[in-house]
Structure formats: C-alpha cells, structure tokens
Ligand binder design. Structure first.
Ligand SMILES: NC(=O)c1ccc[n+]([C@@H]2O[C@H](COP(=O)([O-])OP(=O)(O)OC[C@H]3O[C@@H](n4cnc5c(N)ncnc54)[C@H](OP(=O)(O)O)[C@@H]3O)[C@@H](O)[C@H]2O)c1
Length: 318
C-alpha cells in the first residue's frame, strides 16, 4: 500500500503531535482537523506538508471533504470523561464518530484506516463506558468488509506532555503532606508515545497488518501506587501516599464526578477494574526495543521541581 496523504482525526492531541512529526519524516502529506485551530497552531504549523484545519468532524459532509484525496485515515479521537454520567458522551465521541468515518471513507474512496483503541476495550465486557464504547467502535470499523483496518490497544501512554505522570506531578505538588490515592492496586504497563507512533507509522502501509489489533505495553508492569511513588521520587518531594480501599476509591470518584474538569470519575474508577497490562505484545515484530519509564520520565518531570524552576528563573534574568 502506498500512502502519500492521510487525514489524522485527533491529530492535534498528545499522540497525534508525535505521530504527525514521525509521518512528516516519511514525507507523508497530512490533513489534521481540529475544533479550535488557534491553541493547536504552535505545535503543528511548522510541519511540512501539513494542513491544520478547523472542522466539525461529526458532520459527515465535512468529514468526506477532509478525506478526499487521502490514501488513509487515522482516528485518534478519544475522550476519558464525558459531560453526563450515562455513557452518551462516550458513545457519541467513539461509536457515532466511527459510523461517520465509515460513511465518509466510502464516499471519499478511502480504503485504509488506523484506529486508536485502548487496552481492554470490549463492547460486551468492558468495565466502563470508555472501554465499552472504544470496543464497540473498534468492532464496527473491523466489520465493514470494505475498509482495511488496523487497531492499536495501548496501556497508559507516557512521554513529555502526557496527562498521566504530569497530572500526578501536579496533584502531588499541591497535596499538603499526604496524598489519598484511589485504586492503588490498579495495574499498568506504560508505553512510550514515541514507540506507539513508530508502530503506527510502520504499519500504515503494511498489508500484513490489515485486520490486526495490536496490544501495546511498555517493558514493565507497575501498580498505580508504585507509579505515583515514583513520580514523587522524580520530583524530589516527600508525600505520604495513602492507599484508599475500594469503597473509599469509589466514593472519591463519585465526588470528583461533580468537580469541573473531572480529575477522576466513576468511569475512570471502573476502567481500572481491568488490569491495563498486555496478554500479547511482541515488539520484536516491529524491531523496536520498547522504552522504559525510568529512562525518560525523570527528564521531563524535572521541569516540575523547584530547582529547575529556579534555574529557569536565573536564566531568564541573565
Ligand atoms: N494517552 C493515553 O494514555 C492513552 C491510552 C490509551 C488509549 N489512548 C487513546 O489514544 C487516543 C489519543 O490519545 P491522546 O492522549 O493523544 O488524547 P488527547 O491529547 O486528548 O487528543 C485527542 C484529540 O482528539 C480530539 N478530540 C477530543 N475529543 C473530541 C471530540 N469530542 N470531537 C472531536 N475531536 C475530539 C482533540 O482535538 P481538538 O481539541 O484539536 O479538536 C484532541 O486533540 C485516544 O483515542 C485515546 O483514547 C490514549
């Protein structure tokens, strides 16, 4: 498959920015729709052969026009929280969008699709609305018979600008002495965003990857408590991390459901019920050595500690 032009839905986000940089190196021309162009401009405007366009991707007509002339579509759109609490927001962002992608691909004559899903995504048995709707979207796209689809099912993704380590770093810094941690025993195998982008770039034109669903995990598994303790260690701060039991975790999630921006939610709590670790993840298939948390996270979390901020301040004065 020769892929010269792609439309990347959700290409302005954390994974999308790394992936678009990687595809630019292959000389792929990219169209990246966004709901609001201005705040996304700085990170993407300098990429060669890339159009960052404001569009409503839930409008099938607009989606079709974006796809015209493309050899492939990459769907990275995903939400971790919805406005309501009954799954409609997740369904709209994941499943309804998948339905429209199928229609628009058909109308624009696009035959190749990469779908970003999530580990444990399962239409029937997913433990949360997030996982159920991600699974439903994945199944729907794989069942068209007309699209050549490859899906990716990562554990939590880390890298500079991530919303996992950076979020816990922010929370740890404002916690006074102790830090109440919900779901401390939840398990994750964090995978580096650069490795995820590399796999996606390599599979894009590979006919052997059609119909496959790749689980993506980093080299080690951790409990959430270990990851939060490690974050505090990288920041060089002492916090007493207080693991909450299941009932208190659920109660914390129920309270945070009503906090603006939902730093944690009942749906997030339910997602952690399934260990986010891989059954089958074979990096040798891609000739990639997966990157370890320990080799990267201390570097970018260093920007959070007081010493580096002091150094920045001094540089600013010089
Ligand atoms: N990050 C992780 O740890 C992780 C782990 C497993 C799976 N995933 C999946 O990987 C994908 C990318 O994750 P990410 O961390 O890069 O997410 P992200 O930074 O939040 O980016 C997602 C992008 O999708 C667009 N988007 C979000 N909601 C939308 C909506 N309702 N309608 C239209 N566009 C919308 C946004 O674009 P605009 O705001 O510019 O419109 C945003 O740039 C998602 O599908 C996510 O579920 C992520």
């Amino acid at each position: 498959m020769i892929i010269k032009q792609v439309c990347i839905l959700g290409g302005s986000g954390f994974v999308g920015q790394v992936l678009s940089n990687r595809l630019a190196r292959d000389g792929v021309r990219m169209i990246i729709p966004t709901r609001r162009r201005e705040p996304r401009r700085d990170n993407l405007i300098l990429l060669p052969d890339t159009d960052l366009v404001e569009a409503d991707i839930q409008d099938t007509g607009q989606l079709t026009r974006l796809f015209e002339g493309c050899d492939a579509v990459i769907n990275l759109v995903g939400i971790l929280n919805e406005k309501g609490r009954r799954g409609e927001g997740f369904r709209y962002a994941h499943v309804t969008l998948a339905e429209k992608i199928i229609d628009a691909c058909q109308a624009a004559g696009v035959g190749r699709l990469l779908q970003m899903s999530a580990l444990n995504a399962d239409a029937d048995n997913g433990s949360s609305y997030y996982l159920k709707t991600k699974g439903e979207a994945e199944d729907l796209l794989h069942s068209t018979g007309t699209l050549k689809v490859t899906s990716f099912r990562p554990s939590v993704i880390f890298g500079p600008g991530d919303s996992f380590f950076n979020r816990f770093a922010g929370l740890l810094k404002i916690a006074p002495f102790f830090f109440p941690l919900a779901c401390p025993k939840a398990r994750f195998a964090p995978v580096y965003v650069g490795d995820v982008a590399e796999v996606m770039a390599r599979t894009l034109g590979d006919p052997g990857s059609v119909g496959r669903r790749f689980e993506l995990c980093g080299p080690r598994e951790y409990t959430l408590q270990e990851l939060v303790q490690y974050t505090a260690h990288c920041l060089g701060i002492r916090r007493c991390i207080v693991p909450l039991n299941d009932l208190l975790s659920r109660m914390q999630a129920a309270v945070f459901d009503f906090v603006p921006g939902k730093p944690f939610s009942t749906d997030n709590y339910l997602s952690t019920k399934m260990p986010s670790v891989c059954n089958s993840c074979d990096w040798s298939e891609f000739a990639i050595q997966p990157t370890a948390v320990e080799s990267l996270v201390p570097g970018y979390l260093a920007g959070h500690n007081w010493r580096s901020r002091y150094d920045d301040y001094r540089r600013h004065l010089e």
